[in-house]
Design a binder for this molecule. Structure first.
Ligand SMILES: Cc1ncc(COP(=O)(O)O)c(C=O)c1O
Length: 375
């Protein structure tokens, strides 16, 4: 390798290393070690096609991908023999997949989602050309159930495709799908589909003692969970999960690669399914239960530390997202906090320790003092 190339790679690596301990505003678990998988980077692997179907492209990790889908089906309370899914490129693709199936089932349906929904959904609506209505949010970040009821009532003759937030991006709020189903019952709506965006909380709720309603037994028809968030991976990825009989509606057989075309993209990453599979081999469900509960404890610690210092911080139940008043841009940049209007959040992912929280709180106090001194 020539010196210039070497130097550029070295400097990028140093930059990543320096940034690593300060990544607390985005939900990326950095506690992972996939070095055992490095040899697989020497092969042209590709998971093109349906992981539950044959492929002419033999260097694939479909077998591990199916195991990952099986694990997520268990966590999302979907019997394995009803389950179908695949490893996606991330949360956006999983949401697009779920909403695409919902739209195929109810082509004239209206998609309802709250103001606090991830920005990808508005874009997905444009791509799918789906009719949609944005519903108000409560201060907690949950959907405003009264506004939802009223909007569905006005359109009672139209099937409902509900986009449930199972952990909003900014406030970690969880829409109560029990209440949403009560609204549908109250209005005697029988044609409905519920897609859940469980990007982060899909890897939290299965591991807590008192989860909000979630999973296919609570009414999900499809769900998207991110892989690079709580599981952690150096390459963005996620899981799209739905019932196998729904997928038949979109499947097409493709002779050229000998696959069943049921996924959004053609060629697909074969390494990320391997990483997710390996993460579960290493930690197991019990390992993740411990990790998640520690993250929740650190989140509670953060809320208490902020509040004890006179900074009004809060979090939703079963959420690792701690919301507090937006500090100045220097603090936002230093800790890679995610700001939105007058709030910011930090997310207590496994690499965020109590000592890190102490440093952030100290910086926020200093920032507040500087700002009041400046008038
Ligand atoms: C709630 C939620 N949904 C979806 C996404 C989109 O995920 P991705 O960036 O992996 O496409 C995010 C990303 O942060 C998110 O917070």
């Amino acid at each position: 390798m020539d010196t210039l190339t070497r130097n550029r790679l070295d400097s990028l690596l140093r930059e990543f290393e320096d940034l690593k301990p300060h990544l607390i505003g985005y939900p990326c678990n950095q506690d992972f070690d996939y070095s055992e998988l490095l040899p697989f980077l020497s092969y042209c692997a590709n998971n093109v096609g349906d992981p539950f179907h044959d492929s002419n492209f033999l260097s694939n990790t479909h077998e591990m991908e199916r195991e990952v889908i099986g694990l997520f089906a268990d966590m999302m309370r979907l019997p394995r023999d009803d389950a179908w899914g695949y490893v996606t490129s991330g949360g956006t693709e999983g949401n697009m997949y779920g909403l695409y199936i919902g739209r195929e089932m109810f082509p004239d349906g209206i998609v309802y989602f709250s103001q606090d929904t991830h920005y990808s959904v508005v874009k997905i609506m444009r791509v799918l050309k789906a009719r949609n209505i944005m519903i108000k949010s409560l201060d907690s970040g949950e959907i405003d159930y009264d506004d939802l009821h009223e909007s569905i009532r006005i359109n009672r003759d139209v099937p409902v495709i509900f986009m449930a937030n199972i952990g909003t991006t900014m406030k970690g709020a969880i829409d109560d799908v029990g209440k949403v189903r009560d609204i549908l019952d109250d209005l005697a709506i029988t044609n409905y589909y519920i897609h859940a965006d469980a990007a982060l909380s899909g890897m939290i709720l299965p591991f807590v003692d008192d989860p909000q309603p979630f999973g296919f037994d609570a009414g999900f028809d499809s769900v998207a969970v991110s892989g690079h968030k709580m599981v952690g991976s150096p390459i963005p990825c996620g899981v799209a999960l739905t019932r196998s009989d729904y997928v038949g509606r979109i499947a097409r057989s493709i002779e050229y690669v000998g696959v069943l075309d049921t996924t959004l993209t053609g060629s697909r990453n074969a390494i990320t399914p391997l990483m997710l599979w390996y993460a579960f081999q290493q930690r197991g469900l019990d390992g993740f239960r411990e990790i998640v509960n520690e993250c929740l404890d650190v989140a509670e610690y953060a809320v208490a530390r902020f509040n004890d210092s006179g900074i009004p911080a809060w979090r939703n139940r079963n959420s690792v997202t701690v919301v507090f008043p937006r500090p100045s841009d220097d603090v936002v940049r230093k800790w890679q906090l995610a700001p939105y209007e007058d709030i910011a959040h930090l997310i207590t992912m496994p690499h965020v320790k109590r000592e890190t929280i102490d440093m952030v709180v100290d910086d926020c106090i200093e920032d507040q003092n500087n700002r009041s001194a400046a008038g």
